[in-house]
Design a protein around this ligand. Structure first.
Ligand SMILES: NC(=O)c1ccc[n+]([C@@H]2O[C@H](COP(=O)([O-])OP(=O)(O)OC[C@H]3O[C@@H](n4cnc5c(N)ncnc54)[C@H](O)[C@@H]3O)[C@@H](O)[C@H]2O)c1
Ligand SMILES: N[C@H](CO)Cc1c[nH]c[nH+]1
Ligand SMILES: [Zn+2]
Length: 428
């Protein structure tokens, strides 16, 4: 499992985004076209085919129907999910952008924040169930003031997940459709007889979901490409191989296409992590998924020194990045590309996945180079505000008219000129 900077594996890891796209794009395009053309009929057929579920039995749950699932949640989980919701709410409240007005040269300038009206959140449900993702997607939308939050989440092989439905109630979701994959994304983008078209689609999912979001971008807005999970750990000689291996497996167990890597400059540590991976894998329930993920897109990268390691971190641009080093703050400012950064030996990534408050919907496939975590900023629009006076036009009108003339746009010029000449027709 140990590999080196000049190996084929590092090339494969660096190109993981494109590799996925080449392999899966055609089937995603086909699914999207079907839904666009056939609407509900396509959703029913595709859901039967991929999820072995008959949508004609039950297509969606309204908010009023979700309540009974919330009431059925066992008490210990109610406590945990409510605490997590409070933490997510607290963090995202702090993130809220506010409408502001400022004065500049006698004019009033500002920015008005308006929440989006209708958003679609995707909550994965194929290989695992993700009630935590319901909170991560719906809570920031609600904090931002979105009116309607619709959710798509597939059954797992035909089995409805009651916890996911109960947590959707807790998070304020308005309606849950039992649809997954690329077909769910297409339905949100184009609308069908039963699915209302939304303004923006957010949320993570497998490669079909991630590519479908990319394909419908432009018809609707999307948050980012949040595909198969990733973890990258930078470890120095102070790192505990048991912790490091456990954290790698925590992401490898999501998906065969997940990526779990540790970078270290310490050969003894690399060997100890390898041993730990082997023994922890042996006991893992989702061993077969994690093993495949480690083989394809994971392992331990042995570098000359941690500086070289940091260069690789920035090139790989991981979804999650752990600094398992003696003094994490020493390295923090050197990290340019990472969705979320976990500091020190006592911050397993799972704390962020479930509980701490920052969002776990994060960019993957190297897109942390330019995308950010899901946040309240994804659920709002900004409008600029400008208010001038006659005094302002008297002072600066000539500059504006000269600029309009320089572009040959005389109507622009005259709209200023008439005001300067005539002043107000009415007393305001
Ligand atoms: N980046 C993030 O923020 C983040 C957060 C949570 C989870 N994840 C990732 O989300 C993913 C969840 O994946 P999942 O599979 O468990 O659930 P999912 O809901 O994303 O995907 C299941 C759907 O995939 C479709 N599908 C499966 N096989 C198909 C095929 N051969 N052809 C066409 N469509 C097919 C089906 O329609 C099914 O409903 C994992 O990759 C996990 O790592 C990412
Ligand atoms: N690690 C995932 C994001 O890549 C989020 C998650 C949800 N549940 C467990 N993990
Ligand atoms: Zn996870």
């Amino acid at each position: 499992m140990i590999f080196y900077p000049d190996s084929e594996k590092i090339e494969k890891i660096l190109n993981r985004g494109e590799i996925f796209e080449e392999k899966y794009l055609n089937s995603v395009i086909e699914i999207i076209q079907k839904v666009k053309k056939e609407g509900d009929r396509a959703l029913i057929k595709l859901t039967k085919k991929f999820d072995n579920y008959d949508l004609e039995k039950k297509f969606y749950f309204e908010r009023s129907e979700l309540k009974t699932f919330y009431e059925k949640i066992p008490e210990n989980l109610k406590v945990a999910f409510n605490r997590a919701k409070d933490n997510i709410e607290f963090f995202h409240q702090a993130q809220l952008e506010k409408t502001f007005l400022v004065e500049s040269n006698g004019a009033v300038l500002g920015q008005k924040i308006t929440p989006l009206e209708k958003v679609g959140i995707y909550v994965p449900g194929g290989k695992a169930s993700y009630p935590s993702t319901v909170l991560m997607n719906a809570v920031p939308a609600k904090v931002a003031g979105v009116d309607k939050v619709y959710m798509m989440s597939p059954t797992s092989g035909g089995e409805i997940n009651e916890l996911v439905l109960g947590v959707a109630y807790l998070a304020g979701v308005d309606r849950v459709y039992l649809v997954g994959g690329a077909q769910a994304i297409a339905a949100f983008a184009y609308g069908t007889e039963s699915v209302e078209k939304v303004d923006k689609i957010v949320g993570p999912g497998n490669i079909y979901v991630a590519l479908a979001k990319k394909m419908v971008f432009g018809t609707v807005d999307i948050d980012m490409i949040a595909g198969p999970s990733e973890i990258l750990i930078l470890a120095d000689d102070s790192a505990d191989p048991t912790f490091v291996a456990a954290d790698m497996l925590s992401q490898a167990e999501h998906d065969e296409l997940a990526s779990a890597i540790t970078i270290t400059d310490n050969e003894d540590l690399a060997k100890e992590i390898e041993q730990e991976l082997i023994s922890q894998l042996f006991k893992l329930e989702r061993r077969s998924i994690a093993e495949k993920s480690l083989k394809e897109f994971g392992g331990i990268l042995l570098v000359k020194n941690l500086e070289e390691g940091i260069d690789f971190v920035n090139k790989i641009a991981p979804e999650h990045f752990e600094l398992c080093v003696r003094n994490p703050f020493e390295y923090l400012y050197k990290i340019k590309n990472a969705g979320a950064i976990f500091m020190g030996h006592y911050t397993p990534e799972a704390v962020g996945d479930y509980f701490a408050g920052p969002n776990h919907t994060l960019p993957t496939g190297g897109s942390a180079r330019f995308f950010s975590p899901l946040g309240t900023y994804d659920f709002i629009k900004r409008s600029s505000i400008i208010q001038c006076s006659l005094g302002y036009l008297t002072k600066f009108g000539k500059n504006i008219m000269d600029m309009a003339d320089s572009e040959g746009l005389t109507a622009h010029r005259d709209s200023v000129k008439y005001r300067m000449l005539n002043g107000f027709k009415t007393d305001i």
